[in-house]
Design a protein around this ligand. Structure first.
Ligand SMILES: [Zn+2]
Length: 54
């Protein structure tokens, strides 16, 4: 399991974010909830990461 792409975050990545203006990134659910609010960002659960959804 890869770690969250956010600097300083040690939670496991559970969501892939498709971001129109930069590369895709894998982040934890907490960071995904924040970043998915931005216009055009799409979040998709990572394979096998469902148990990390809380
Ligand atoms: Zn995170």
């Amino acid at each position: 399991m890869d770690p969250c792409a956010e600097e300083g975050c040690e939670r496991p990545a559970a969501v892939r974010l498709f971001i129109p203006w930069t590369d895709d990134r894998d982040v934890c659910t907490a960071h995904a909830r924040v970043q998915v609010q931005a216009d055009g960002v799409v979040a998709e659960p990572l394979e096998g990461a469902e148990e990390n959804w809380r």
